[in-house]
Design a protein around this ligand. Structure first.
Ligand SMILES: *Cc1c(COP(=O)(O)O)cnc(C)c1O
Length: 376
């Protein structure tokens, strides 16, 4: 049997389709009443005062960096184990991403290393909630307070997650959620920045809208801005998806449980860890770790031949060619990040993955592992 199993798949219901179609019957296609309604829903869901919708998670992170006043010569401490956007947003403002290594268990920033990396030029900490597991915010907040730094949250992979009972999105000065189609919920392209700060929210609204003044006056541009607006179709889809986000997250957790039950105890495979401070996990991807003796890339090639999509997650940012060149990084600089990257294997994962498909993936993974360990 040839399979064709993708890495991810958004869940689009007939209600989602109707919500988007309805927009096309209105005179508003760019920012309008649906964007406002979506923002209110996100703010309420995350438990924050303000939410500003933007055209992508990356755009949201960029605006957070601007709001934090980060500029040339400033340093921002962040993780190399992430999607490239969480470091790019720092370079956009000509500041320096200062990478520190991760805690192997959660693959999130190691607070002890963050503390050790603080210099007089450090302006902020940009933490990433990797794979939907919150970073160690109590420790990070203490460091931020002690050194007068701003804490920015890249929650692009973590909508709905909680740290010690506190919602992701409320744990820093501002946080960004992202809604690309492989995330827990989608708007096509899109993101939302959440914050309790009135001044930052006002700034986000101006910056995303070509630097227009607070009233959005058509040709009154008070600062250098961007076109980072979300459109009404995206917002309508987002609002419709957010209405069932808890259901979506529960379905993803069920798929994780199915995988865990089948893979637990499999020789050479470590299933994902959820630490006690994560009082609610928001599963973005399903990533297992392979023993160092296993040739991960050969294993992936076999799974691909079997029609099963899989990939390493993540490739370290400091070793991306232009980062390595620009910041002078070498293999070996961040051993925990590199070990996580070299041994990671993300398997097909989405809210509607059926039990039979999980069975098929696990069977083929086991067969490929058997060959990988005998052919040494
Ligand atoms: C998805 C993601 C982003 C932003 O993604 P966009 O595609 O710009 O919406 C940023 N950081 C992390 C860690 C992500 O996973």
């Amino acid at each position: 049997m040839t399979l064709k199993m993708p890495m991810s798949a958004p869940e689009i219901t007939p209600e989602d389709v109707r919500a988007v179609e309805a927009v096309l019957q209105t005179p508003y296609l760019s920012m309008g009443p649906r964007v406002e309604a979506f923002e209110r829903k996100v703010a309420e869901y995350a438990g924050v005062r303000h939410a500003a919708a933007v055209s992508s998670g990356t755009a949201g992170l960029h605006l957070c960096v601007i709001a934090a006043g980060i500029g040339p010569g400033d340093e921002v401490i962040t993780t190399p184990f992430s999607f490239v956007a969480s470091a790019n947003c720092i370079l956009y403002e000509r500041a320096k991403p200062v990478f520190v290594d991760i805690v192997p268990e959660t693959m999130n920033l190691d607070p002890a290393l963050v503390e050790a990396a603080v210099t007089p030029r450090t302006k902020a900490i940009l933490a990433v909630d990797v794979f939907g597991q919150p970073a160690d915010y109590d420790a990070l907040q203490k460091i931020a307070e002690r050194h007068g730094l701003l804490l920015i949250e890249d929650a692009c992979e973590a909508i709905g997650a909680a740290y010690k009972g506190r919602s992701v999105g409320t744990l820093g000065e501002a946080a960004t959620f992202a809604f690309y189609p492989n995330k827990q919920m989608t708007t096509g392209e899109g993101g939302v920045i959440v914050t309790d700060r009135d001044d930052w929210d006002r700034l986000f609204r101006s910056l995303r809208n070509q630097g227009r003044d607070e009233n959005g006056t058509w040709l009154n541009h008070v600062r250098l801005g961007y076109n980072y607006r979300m459109d009404e179709m995206s917002a309508a889809l987002g609002a419709s998806q957010l209405d069932r986000i808890d259901g979506l997250l529960a379905k993803r957790a069920r798929v994780v449980q199915m995988y865990n039950e089948r893979l637990q105890g499999t020789e050479g495979v470590t299933i994902p860890t959820v630490v006690p401070t994560t009082t609610r996990m928001s599963w973005f991807v399903y990533v297992v770790r392979l023993d160092a003796a296993i040739d991960r890339d050969a294993l992936m090639a076999r799974l691909h031949e079997d029609g099963i999509a899989c990939r390493p997650y993540f490739t370290p940012i400091h070793l991306q060619p232009f980062y390595a060149e620009r910041l002078g990084h070498l293999p070996g600089d961040f051993p925990a990040t590199e070990a996580a990257s070299n041994s990671s294997l993300a398997l097909p994962f989405h809210s509607n993955l059926e039990e039979g498909s999980v069975d098929a993936v696990c069977e083929r993974l086991r067969a490929a592992l058997a060959r990988a360990t005998t052919v040494t």
